[in-house]
Design a protein around this ligand. Structure first.
Ligand SMILES: [Zn+2]
Length: 300
């Protein structure tokens, strides 16, 4: 099992005897609002990522659990904020960005979008890792979401919700896996970055006018691609335990664009309604340890 140290900022695995799965963290942002987002290196990101023999996911299906209250009047935990995420998930699979993941043998670079549900604070507003696990297992055991071993379940919390193992202080999101109802279920927690923009977003002026959710979608990308290439924490990671997205975290490539309001973005993706949206998304590592924004045209 990969112990996450260094780049990913996790000290150690969760103690086995607590019955809790190891969670793999997305560290907080070191460069908030310091001018243009960092491009990052175009060379090999060392130590090189290596394959450790475990399974990868071919074409996963994402499921969303909107946790807390996404109908608030704070300008971030809103239906418009949910639409940013829904559009992002719609456009992500098969995009020139996401096909970077197809460099890992067995991964297609495609994603499907499954059902989404709301969970109105069933575990309260102060979550633990165990409560996040219960949110997912209850969603499945109740039949509100399908039991899908090919799924990636995303628990997306509104900004009034804390995750006491370190959301906003140690990490911006994490992923893990656990046997639920006899099926190996992969899931992730990502909180609305509006709770701590300086830690979990890149800019206060963001491309879709919602800095929290615009920050959140980059973390969502991070957790999906790590789950895709290392679902059971025994496939792709480096000698320090860093997974693919960890190695490109908080770097955004050589080619940045700006909206009319000056917000930075590095890609546009097609939306649910047939339009397009700008996004600022961290780069993704290919299996040769280079970070890309666009794997088709080799934009780094
Ligand atoms: Zn990570």
């Amino acid at each position: 099992m990969a112990l996450m140290t260094g780049v990913c900022g996790i000290a150690s695995a969760q103690p086995e005897d607590h019955g809790q799965p190891e969670i793999i963290l997305h560290k907080t942002n070191p460069h908030f609002d310091a001018g243009a987002p960092p491009a990052g290196s175009t060379g090999s990101i060392t130590p090189l990522i290596q394959y450790h023999g475990g399974p990868v996911m071919g074409s996963p299906t994402t499921y969303v659990i909107w946790y807390g209250n996404w109908g608030q009047s704070n300008g971030s935990d809103t239906a418009a904020g949910q639409a940013i995420v829904n559009d992002f998930l719609h456009g992500l699979g098969g995009s020139p960005y996401y096909v970077t993941n197809a460099s890992y043998q067995g991964v297609t670079g495609n994603l499907s979008n499954g059902a989404s549900i709301t969970d109105n604070y069933s575990q309260g507003a102060n979550l633990s890792d165990r409560k996040v696990s219960l949110i997912v297992s209850n969603a499945i055991s109740s039949g509100r979401l399908p039991r899908d071993g090919n799924g990636i379940y995303l628990v997306l919390s509104s900004s009034d919700v804390s995750e006491t193992s370190g959301f906003c202080s140690r990490y911006c999101g994490w992923h893990t896996y656990q046997t639920i109802s006899g099926t190996n279920i992969k899931y992730a927690f990502i909180g609305n970055a509006n709770r701590c923009l300086n830690a979990c977003s890149m800019q206060t002026n963001s491309p879709n006018g919602n800095a929290g959710v615009d920050g959140m979608v980059s973390v969502i990308a991070h957790e999906i691609e790590e789950t895709n290439t290392d679902p059971n924490l025994n496939a792709w990671y480096d000698s320090k335990g860093a997974e693919d997205a960890d190695k490109c975290a908080w770097t955004f490539g050589q080619t940045l664009f700006q909206t009319s309001s000056g917000a930075y973005y590095n890609m546009t993706l097609p939306t649910v309604s047939g339009g397009s949206r700008p996004f600022l998304i961290q780069r993704e590592l290919d299996s040769n340890s280079h970070c890309y924004v666009d794997y088709i045209s080799k934009k780094q």
